[in-house]
Design a protein around this ligand. Structure first.
Ligand SMILES: *Cc1c(COP(=O)(O)O)cnc(C)c1O
Length: 455
């Protein structure tokens, strides 16, 4: 399908146009994101301290605020070839259904077995762990996408993979768990009695269904107490945004091939990795004064870290074993209400995106989940792809922006990140289809409880 403008329905880069280096947006930021702090000394973490938890090369990337481009090793580029380039789709069917003069594009990251963009960073992190001669890595997973991506990457490089999976997901998403096990990962429901911090949390909150922050604490403990293991994280960290810049670099090149300049770029925001990756190269242009774009981060109203959080140093995990990060946060103990269905449930936000948002270089919006699922179903019916609930936050706001263009009679170019597919989220879709999905937006008093325990 091609419109009069000659823009094809799908655009792919050719192999020789594929990025060979990741883009590090921190190099172009005038105010750098605040450094990670050691929770005991409250001094910036040194490379030496971080190297007990993370692989050496990833520590280097985490602390690198100066190199604009970091070469993608050949082995990682070879793996990327299995599922990249991802398509940039012109959403002609969506535009037609909405009757909008806006031109809508989406970058689709769901075309791999893990079903999301997370594989872009998983493969990089597994590669550096293997190169360092490690035996394995530990991690946490919430909805399961990160664990799936990491288990694929670890099996490719022959690394052991230990995943602490938030207990409610472990029970509600048995199929995700089995995908991970098929790729050879060891999956433990969290909190578990296999770690000190897990046992402590179980004692204090018997019957808890777990949280990401708690699973992180367990995974970190498992990494530092086993010889030859390190911890890896699928979002939030600056190194993850760096790896995810592959999304934005491909998008930038594809749009350039088409001669299209975006007006608005939209992404869902959990810990900020897909959004950070998508917008980074464009944000770089904005920071260098070469172009101007609007960027919109979309988060659930039930976990509103950017729109209602505080920009302060906070713990990254419930067990308070990880470094402190300065970020927009709801407090490390914040857990979204039980009726919150999708992912995007982390209490904080990437410190890179937090700083950009604080400098008003990026906007943020929160949306309620029934409206997110309405957008998801609408999109599935017109564009064919069954979107992940997380991705559908971006769809919601892309539709809202297109409708604004209709009202204003503007033919703006809207680009959004479609981060993944929703095949494992059918319990949530079922609730929505049965009209049993409800919304809960935390009150100021609810949020106060989380803020009161900020360090
Ligand atoms: C993990 C995930 C997200 C959110 O994570 P970010 O780090 O904020 O990108 C969004 N969409 C999908 C499909 C995911 O799996």
């Amino acid at each position: 399908m091609t419109a009069k403008s000659g823009i094809p329905y799908k655009t792919y880069l050719t192999e020789d146009q594929m990025p060979t280096a990741w883009y590090n947006v921190r190099a172009d930021m005038k105010t750098k994101p605040a450094p990670l702090l050691n929770p005991q000394t409250r001094q910036p973490c040194t490379a030496e301290e971080l190297s007990h938890v993370f692989c050496d090369e990833l520590v280097k990337q985490e602390l690198d605020n100066t190199n604009r481009f970091i070469e993608i090793p050949q082995e990682i580029r070879d793996f990327y070839r299995m599922y990249r380039p991802s398509p940039l789709v012109r959403a002609y069917f969506l535009e037609k259904a909405l009757g909008t003069p806006a031109h809508i594009y989406y970058k689709f990251e769901g075309n791999n077995t893990s079903g999301s963009h997370k594989l872009n960073s998983a493969i990089a992190q597994a590669y550096y762990a293997k190169k360092q001669g490690l035996k394995g890595v530990t991690t946490e997973t919430g909805a399961g996408q990160w664990g799936t991506a990491l288990s694929m990457a670890c099996s490719f490089f022959g690394l052991d993979c230990q995943v602490f999976m938030v207990k409610c997901s472990y029970e509600q998403k048995p199929f995700r768990r089995e995908v991970m096990r098929t790729y050879g990962a060891n999956v433990t429901p969290s909190p578990s009695d296999t770690t000190n911090v897990g046992r402590q949390i179980l004692k204090e909150h018997p019957g808890t269904t777990g949280s990401l922050g708690c699973a992180i604490s367990e995974a970190v403990e498992a990494a530092v107490t086993q010889e030859g293991y390190r911890y890896v994280l699928g979002s939030v960290l600056s190194q993850v945004l760096l790896h995810q810049s592959i999304i934005g670099l491909e998008t930038q090149k594809a749009l350039e091939n088409l001669g299209v300049k975006p007006d608005v770029i939209i992404g869902c925001a959990g810990g900020g990795s897909n959004l950070g990756g998508l917008i980074s190269p464009f944000m770089g242009e904005k920071l260098r004064g070469e172009a101007d774009y609007r960027f919109i981060a979309v988060e659930p109203a039930s976990c509103p870290s950017l729109t209602r959080g505080r920009y302060v140093y906070d713990y990254c995990d419930t067990g308070r074993v990880c470094p402190l990060a300065k970020m927009y946060t709801l407090g490390a103990d914040f857990i979204p209400s039980a009726n919150h269905a999708g992912g995007l449930r982390y209490h904080g936000m990437s410190s890179v995106l937090s700083e950009l948002y604080d400098e008003k270089l990026m906007e943020a919006r929160s949306v309620i989940q029934t409206e997110v699922f309405e957008a998801a179903r609408y999109f599935a019916r017109v564009e064919g792809i069954l979107p992940a609930p997380e991705s559908s936050h971006a769809i919601r706001v892309a539709i809202d922006e297109a409708n604004r263009c209709t009202r204003e009679g503007k033919a703006e170019n809207i680009v959004f990140g479609l981060t993944g597919t929703g095949y494992f989220d059918m319990v949530a879709y079922q609730k929505f289809n049965d009209n049993q999905m409800s919304d809960y937006v935390p009150t100021d008093k609810d949020l106060e409880a989380g803020f009161s325990k900020l360090p």
